[in-house]
Design a protein around this ligand. Structure first.
Ligand code: CA
Length: 227
């Protein structure tokens, strides 16, 4: 499956160039133009890797890095200018995985991204693709869901939706977010198809699908997995 890269960069021209190039390299690219938006996307869209510019308006790249690390270990490549040697070191101390200095070539950035993904990929997959919550055990590598140790069959879309929700118990996702995260293909107007998927998943995992205890509807917003 294509890896998803979040690029956080306030210079739109550079942002667009990176996006175009990475898409040609078969990455799924999502973008943010300031630190606050970047942090939000880092925590909700769960990219496989983050390219994080150090100099951002408002919340700096270092603050974004610090906040992300409080929540997860998503690989981060920091983008620094030559004059920011000290900040670069702080970034690595805060848990950034690598850095690249401006100006850089897109080929070099891509090589760094692939290297960091290779270096961090396996460990992350083990954590990410096997998720256990309560009586549910999901193994995305094998496309298997066990409910109370009984194998239950799900469609790939159902499995992806469940994985998104189970990875972040308590976090509320809108229908559009779920559609995008589970199928990488979101069209406004199709959000309601999530309700059908959700109803089918509930029939398979809930004791009483009419009164779900795990896959909770948040009225007016979307869905969450119980905390
Ligand atoms: Ca900048």
């Amino acid at each position: 499956m294509s890896k998803k890269v979040l690029v956080i960069e306030d210079e739109i021209k550079i942002l667009e160039m990176i996006k175009k190039y990475l898409e040609k390299e078969m990455f799924i690219v999502t973008t943010a133009i300031d630190g606050k938006q970047g942090l939000e996307k880092a925590l909700t869209e769960l990219p496989n890797l983050i390219v994080l510019d150090l100099m951002l308006p408002g919340m700096s790249g270092l603050d974004v890095c610090r906040e992300i690390r409080k929540k997860n270990k998503t690989p981060i490549i920091m983008v620094t200018a030559k004059s920011q040697e000290v900040d670069k070191l702080v970034g690595l101390e805060l848990g950034a995985d690598d850095y690249i200095t401006k100006p850089f070539s897109l080929a070099e950035l891509t090589a760094r991204i692939k290297a960091v993904l290779r270096r961090t990929g396996n460990a992350e997959d083990i954590i990410e693709n096997k998720i256990t919550r309560g009586n549910l055990r999901l193994d995305l590598d094998k496309c298997e869901l066990f409910v109370n140790d009984v194998l239950v069959s799900l469609t790939p879309t159902e499995m992806n939706i469940l994985a998104v929700l189970m990875r972040n118990p308590g976090r509320v996702y809108s229908r559009l977010q779920l559609l995008e995260l589970a199928t990488h293909d979101a069209y406004e107007g199709y959000e309601r198809s999530i309700d059908t998927h959700m109803s089918n998943i509930r029939k398979k995992v809930e004791v009483d699908p009419a009164s779900p205890q795990q896959l909770i509807t948040v009225y007016g917003v979307g869905y969450k997995f119980k905390e």
